[in-house]
Write a protein that binds this ligand. Structure first.
Ligand SMILES: [Fe+2]
Length: 298
C-alpha cells in the first residue's frame, strides 16, 4: 500500500484531478512506512537542530509538542499553534499558484502538504513534503515577529496584485507581473526558505529549506564553499537560484524585525518601479503564477 507517500498517493492524485486545492488530512491512510519515514527524519535531525537552528525555532519545536514517532496530525499542531500567533497549517493537494499562496499567508494560513517522502529517499526530494512543511516551516510560525513577517509578505502580494491589475496594456501587465513575482520569489527563497540569522557572535539557521535538510543545515553553517553575506535587498531580488543542489550563496539577517523591515522596503520599491526589470534567470514564473496575480479578487 502506498499510503500518503509523495508522488505515489492515490488520494492526492484524485484531489488534484478533481481540482481540489485545499483538502483534509486523511490520517488513516498513512502507512507504517510513512510513520517510519517521519520517525527517522525527525530523530536524526534533532542534534543538528540543537546545534545550528535559531533558538526561536527550537522554542517553536518545543511549543508544538510533535510526536517524534508518528506523522503529526495537522489539527493537533493547530491546537498548539493558533493560540500563539493566529497561524494555522492548512492541508493542500500540491502546488498552489503564487498569489493564492501569499494570500493564505496574509490570512495566517500556511499551505501544508500532507504526503511524506519515500523512506528510500530521505535525503533529497524536489517536491515539498510534510517533513519540509511541518518540521521545517511550522515551528517558525510560533514566533510572533516571524509570523507577522509572513503576513507582511502576503500584504506585499496584495499591493503587487493591485498595482499589476491597474496596468492597461495586457502585454506590459504580464511582463510586469513576471518581474515582480520573480523578485518576490527570490526574496522569499533567500529568507523564509534559506535564510541565516545573526545570533550573538554566531550565525544560525531560520530558513525552512535548511531546517528540513539533514545535510544542508550543517553545510550552510560550516562549509567554506558557502558564501554568506549580510542581506541586501537589491542583490537578493536580482540573484538567480537553482533548487537541485546545496545553495552556494546565503544571506544573513540581523533579526526578524530586520526581515520585516525589508519586506516593508520591498513594497516601497514595488511602488517606485524598482521591481519592474529584475535580472533574468531562475526561478521561472509560470503562467499559473502570473494568472493568479492578474485574477486575484481584491
Ligand atoms: Fe518551503
Amino acid at each position: 500500500m502506498s499510503g500518503l507517500t509523495t508522488t505515489k498517493a492515490p488520494f492526492i492524485e484524485k484531489a488534484q484531478k478533481d481540482g481540489q486545492r485545499f483538502i483534509h488530512q486523511p490520517y488513516e491512510l498513512y502507512s507504517l512506512e510513512n510513520h517510519a519515514a517521519w520517525t527517522e527524519l525527525y530523530s536524526r535531525i534533532q542534534p543538528r537542530w540543537a546545534r545550528y537552528a535559531t533558538p526561536k525555532f527550537l522554542a517553536g519545536v518545543a511549543q508544538l509538542n510533535l510526536d517524534p514517532h508518528k506523522v503529526p496530525r495537522i489539527e493537533d499542531i493547530n491546537k498548539f499553534l493558533s493560540p500563539l500567533t493566529g497561524f494555522s497549517a492548512k492541508p493542500v493537494s500540491g502546488y498552489i499558484p503564487a498569489y493564492i499562496f501569499f494570500d493564505c499567508l496574509r490570512n495566517r494560513d500556511f499551505p501544508t502538504t500532507i504526503t511524506i517522502r519515500d523512506k528510500s529517499k530521505l535525503d533529497y526530494l524536489p517536491e515539498p513534503d510534510m517533513f519540509h512543511d511541518v518540521a521545517g516551516h511550522v515551528p517558525m510560525h510560533t514566533d510572533k515577529a516571524f509570523a507577522d513577517t509572513l503576513v507582511r509578505f502576503g500584504e506585499f502580494a496584495l499591493s503587487a496584485a493591485l498595482l499589476i491589475q491597474e496596468l492597461k496594456d495586457p502585454v506590459v501587465r504580464v511582463e510586469r507581473a513576471k518581474s515582480i513575482i520573480k523578485a518576490l520569489a527570490r526574496f522569499f527563497w533567500f529568507t523564509v526558505e534559506f535564510g541565516l540569522m545573526r545570533s550573538g557572535n554566531d550565525i544560525k539557521v531560520y530558513g525552512s529549506g535548511l531546517l528540513s535538510s539533514y545535510g544542508e543545515i550543517e553545510h550552510s553553517i560550516n562549509s567554506p564553499e558557502v558564501q554568506r553575506y549580510p542581506i541586501q535587498l537589491e542583490w537578493a531580488i536580482n540573484q538567480y537560484f537553482e533548487i537541485d543542489h546545496y545553495q552556494p550563496l546565503l544571506f544573513v539577517v540581523d533579526s526578524f524585525e530586520h526581515l520585516f523591515s525589508l519586506v516593508d522596503e520591498l513594497e516601497v520599491w514595488l511602488k517606485a518601479g524598482k521591481l519592474n526589470n529584475v535580472a533574468p534567470g531562475q526561478p521561472e514564473v509560470s503562467d499559473l503564477d502570473v494568472e493568479s496575480f492578474l485574477s486575484a479578487k481584491l
